[in-house]
Design a protein around this ligand. Structure first.
Ligand code: 4AD
Ligand code: MG
Length: 479
């Protein structure tokens, strides 16, 4: 018996042999009546029940078995007497690997707020909610790679430290080895970055797109999937300073192909989780339904989580132009009654409240808005014939708003150069980018999906800080 190897709970629950001896290890999710331990080792959503006959164990040992303590159990598999599980383990030997003094332990076996758990990120993944969220996060990341690999894309690692500002929004974290007070200065008194580590000013990337275009114009279809950084001071439930982005870039695709790819990719990710993580989804759905009982009807979700996900994969996304979107919002009831906080005219960016009205009230499904005014979009987007708009697209999701932003790229050298000059984008810094238009260029398109926003949508969580293990937001870089 001492040579028994540990069995993971996931595989035990899949196929167990009655009467066999097993060794399992994990964290105690519950210890009821000094007799039933719900044990979880993270391998699956479900726990295995361990039955303890207290007469066979030392009282001092049993005392150490409390909420979230870590134990090792040797025992025999039997058919379960209780409902809701097929097997259980009759404990023969128990070892406490790590006690969790129940008075001092920051988590308690009762409902804790998500805000409180955020401060205890060293423990929150042990809860049902967060282990479900992070299992699904992992699975979506896997599905991202599987989708692109199966479709003949190459995974390209774009740099995290870069000299360029892809979005031109200037919301960048600077990377330097200089100390603020002792940085060398040039004759004009400005910091002399020529003497810095890279011999130039550098920052953390806001997007891997520009480099991904290099990949697309040689390997055909590529995607990046990595961390991106934005120093925007947006303290919202949708923004992180460090988030992950998936950016496919495809040679010969136009804006319509780009929309098709965005839609089929989104649906694939959702289907993957529906097919492979039903227990985690069912738990998250029930959690939301329980929580919403306290809310007035109009604040509740229109549909339960799993139904929402199925609805999204079973229906075509709505596709409308920016101009139509503006007209729809302007002729809507809430707009006419002055219910929106922000005004909207042609040329202004759609605000989150306008986007949510389009998605949740007007169309009740994901909406792709295309052909935005050129002045509110980045320099690299392809100019449309009308001279006013660019071939840009945003994919908006219910409850979240923008999950994907992308465009067809301006492949015409002279037009791109003129646009860069107009928008004050450094020609010198991006000479390599212009080269892609001078030598062997072609029409191409791509987009960026905010990974955490997709995880938010699929898990039904409501704050982006709860779908990344260690959120970075203004004023917070704990852990
Ligand atoms: O719309 P964005 O800024 O697009 C780009 O960066 C393009 N270069 C992408 C491309 O065409 N390859 O960002 C893309 C997506 C957004 O739609 C949003 O989902 C997410 O990234 N995003 C954020 N997610 C969390 N926190 C933030 N601060 C985010 N900013 C953008
Ligand atoms: Mg965007």
């Amino acid at each position: 018996m001492s040579t028994l190897r540990r069995t993971e709970i996931a595989s035990l629950l899949k196929d167990a042999n009655i009467n066999e001896d097993v060794l399992v290890k994990g964290w105690v999710r519950a210890f009821r009546a000094n007799r039933f331990i719900a044990l979880n080792d993270g391998s699956a959503f479900d726990n295995v029940q361990v039955v303890v006959d207290f007469e066979n164990f030392d009282e001092a040992l049993l005392k150490q078995i409390s909420f979230h303590s870590c134990i090792s159990v040797k025992g025999k598999i039997v058919e379960s007497q209780g409902s809701g599980q097929s097997i259980e383990i009759i404990a023969e030997e128990i070892e406490v690997l790590g006690g969790a003094d129940s008075d001092a332990y920051p988590l308690q076996p009762k409902k804790q707020t998500l805000e409180y758990l955020r401060e205890k990120a060293q423990f929150r993944m042990r809860t049902n909610t967060f282990s479900a969220v992070f299992r699904i996060r992992h699975a979506i990341a896997y599905a991202v790679n599987k989708f692109y690999h199966d479709h003949g894309f190459y995974y390209m690692h774009t740099p995290i430290i870069t000299g360029s500002d892809a979005e031109g929004a200037g919301e960048m974290f600077h990377v330097t080895t200089f100390k603020p007070d002792t940085a060398p200065r040039d004759e004009d008194g400005a910091v002399d970055y020529k003497k810095d580590f890279f011999g130039k000013e550098t920052n953390l990337t806001v997007s891997g797109q520009l480099q991904a275009e290099i990949g697309a114009l040689s390997m055909g279809k590529v995607y990046t999937f990595g961390p991106t950084f934005r120093a925007e001071n947006s303290n919202t439930s949708r923004h992180l300073a460090e988030f992950w982005m998936i950016e496919p870039e495809v040679a010969f695709n136009d804006i319509n192909d780009n929309m098709d790819l965005a839609e089929s990719f989104s649906k694939y990710l959702i289907n993957y989780i529906l097919d492979n993580y039903p227990s985690d989804l069912a738990f998250l759905e029930k959690r939301i339904l329980d929580m919403e009982k306290q809310l007035p009807k109009e604040k509740r979700r229109a549909m339960p989580l799993i139904e929402t996900l199925r609805f999204v994969v079973d229906n075509d996304f709505e596709r409308i132009t920016y101009t139509d979107a503006v007209n729809l919002v302007r002729s809507s009831k809430p707009f006419k009654k002055g219910k929106f906080e922000y005004d909207l005219d042609w040329g202004k960016d759609l605000q989150a409240e306008h986007e949510r009205w389009l998605v949740e009230k007007k169309f009740k499904k994901p909406v792709i808005v295309v052909d935005y005014p050129k002045d509110i979009k980045a320099f690299y987007m392809r100019a449309n014939e009308d001279g006013k708009t660019v071939a840009a697209m945003d994919v908006l999701f219910p409850g979240i708003g923008e999950v994907i932003g992308g465009s067809q790229r301006e492949e015409r050298h002279d037009l791109l150069l003129a646009r860069m000059k107009e928008m004050d984008v450094s020609e010198e810094e991006l000479s390599w980018y212009l080269d892609l238009r001078k030598f062997g260029g072609c029409p191409h398109a791509g987009f960026g999906m905010g990974f955490e926003r997709m995880v938010l949508f699929i898990t039904g969580m409501s704050n982006i800080r709860d779908v990344i293990p260690f959120p970075r937001t203004p004023g917070n870089a704990e852990f």
